[in-house]
Design a protein around this ligand. Structure first.
Ligand code: PHE
Length: 356
C-alpha cells in the first residue's frame, strides 16, 4: 500500500519535472507504458488468489487513476504555458499612438488665390489660365512694348528654346499676356456668332470682357519682397463705358472684402506701364506685424492703352477698359503679417503648417 502511495508521489514529481510535452510523454511511459511500473504491477497479480486480486487490484486502479489525473493536469499546464508565451511574443501594445500620415493643407498662397477667385467671381469675373512659357508677342509686343522699348529692361527673365532668333520664347514676366489671349478669343467668338468676317477692328456689340487670370510668373529678382518665381493675378474689364473710376471702385471693394476691413486704406500712385494710360501703382499699408504702417505695393493698374485694345481686335473709339496685375504673394504677406516673401517658397513645413 505504501509502495503505491510512493509510486503516485514519484509519478507526480516526475511529471512536474517535465518541462516540455516530449519530456512528459517519456515520464508517462515510465509509469503507464507497456512495461511501465503500473503495468508491471498488474501483470504480477496473475499469481494471486481471487481475494488478494480484488483488494490489490482496487488499490492499483486507484493509483493508476491518480497518476493519469496528474498526467492530464500537467499536460494542460504545459499547453497553457505554451499559449501564454506565444501570446506574450505576439503582443500588440494598442495604447501606442499610431503613425499617421499627417494632414495636408493648402499652401498659403493657394488659399489667397482661392479667395481672390471667389471674390472676383462674385463680381461676375471669369477665371482664365494661360501658358507660363510665352511668346515675345503676347508678353511684350502686343502689350505696346516693342523690341527696343526701355520698359523691357525691367522685365529681365528666363529665355527658353522656341520662337525666333529675334523674338525667343520666354517664361512670362507677368500675367498681362492673358489680357490679349483672353480678349482675342472673346472677340473671335462673338464675331463668329454675329457672322462678321474680315480683319477690321470689331466695333459691334458684344458682352463685356470681365476676367481674372491668376498664375505663376518669372523675373530675375530675389530679395525679401521679390522671388524669381512669383504669382500674379491679372484683371481685365473692357466694355463701352468702363472708366478709371470703376477701377478704383472695383479694386478697393476687392481689397476691403479680401482683408475683411471696411476702413482699409489704398493708395493709387501715378506710374507708367506701356500697356495702360493713365497708369497707377496700388499700395496697401500693413495693418499688423513688424511692418505695421509701412506701404507695400500690391498691384500695377491703369486704363487699357488704345494700342492694346487694337491688338485685342477691338475698335478703341468704341471699347475702353481697365486692367490690373496684382501680387497674391504680397497679399498673403499682408494678410498674415509675414515679412519675407521667400519663406513661402522654401518649402519648410514648420512655416507652412501654421496656415492650416
Ligand atoms: N503687368 C504689370 C507688371 O507686372 C502690372 C500691370 C498689369 C499694370 C495690368 C497695368 C495693368 O508690373
Amino acid at each position: 500500500m505504501n509502495d503505491l502511495i510512493d509510486l503516485v508521489a514519484s509519478a507526480k514529481s516526475a511529471f512536474a519535472g517535465a518541462l516540455t510535452p516530449a519530456d512528459l510523454e517519456n515520464a508517462k511511459a515510465r509509469f503507464l507504458g507497456k512495461s511501465g511500473q503500473i503495468t508491471e504491477l498488474m501483470k504480477g497479480m496473475v499469481a494471486l488468489s481471487v481475494e488478494e486480486k480484488k483488494a490489490l487490484g482496487a488499490n492499483i486502479n486507484a493509483a493508476k487513476q491518480a497518476i493519469e489525473a496528474a498526467l492530464a493536469a500537467r499536460r494542460q499546464a504545459l499547453a497553457d504555458a505554451e499559449m501564454a508565451s506565444q501570446l506574450a511574443a505576439e503582443a500588440l501594445d494598442v495604447s501606442l499612438p499610431g503613425r499617421t500620415s499627417g494632414q495636408g493643407g493648402l499652401h498659403p498662397v493657394s488659399l489667397t488665390l482661392e479667395r481672390i477667385e471667389a471674390i472676383f467671381g462674385s463680381m461676375g469675373f471669369d477665371v482664365a489660365q494661360g501658358p507660363e512659357i510665352e511668346s515675345d508677342w503676347f508678353n511684350f509686343t502686343a502689350l505696346n512694348t516693342p523690341q527696343d522699348h526701355p520698359a523691357r529692361s525691367m522685365h529681365d527673365t528666363f529665355y527658353v528654346e522656341g520662337g525666333s532668333e529675334a523674338a525667343p520664347n520666354l517664361l512670362r514676366t507677368h500675367t498681362s499676356p492673358m489680357q490679349i489671349r483672353y480678349a482675342v478669343q472673346h472677340v473671335k467668338a462673338h464675331r463668329a456668332a454675329a457672322g462678321i468676317h474680315g480683319d477690321a477692328l470689331f466695333s459691334g456689340d458684344m458682352p463685356e470682357i470681365r476676367v481674372i487670370a491668376p498664375g505663376r510668373t518669372y523675373r530675375v529678382d530675389s530679395d525679401a519682397t521679390h522671388s524669381p518665381m512669383f504669382h500674379q493675378c491679372e484683371g481685365l474689364w473692357v466694355g463701352e463705358n468702363v472708366s478709371f473710376k470703376d477701377l478704383k471702385f472695383v479694386f478697393t471693394d476687392f481689397c476691403r472684402t479680401f482683408f475683411e476691413s471696411d476702413d482699409l486704406v489704398l493708395r493709387f500712385r501715378p506710374s507708367f506701364f506701356p500697356f495702360t494710360e493713365p497708369s497707377a501703382e496700388i499700395d496697401i499699408a500693413f495693418q499688423s506685424g513688424p511692418l505695421s504702417g509701412r506701404w507695400l505695393e500690391v498691384a500695377g493698374s491703369g486704363q487699357v492703352h488704345p494700342n492694346v485694345i487694337r491688338n485685342m481686335g477691338l475698335e478703341p473709339e468704341k471699347y475702353i477698359g481697365f486692367a490690373f496685375g496684382m501680387g497674391p504673394d504680397r497679399l498673403t504677406m499682408l494678410r498674415y503679417g509675414v515679412n519675407d516673401l521667400r519663406l513661402f517658397f522654401d518649402g519648410d513645413v514648420r512655416f507652412l503648417s501654421q496656415f492650416q
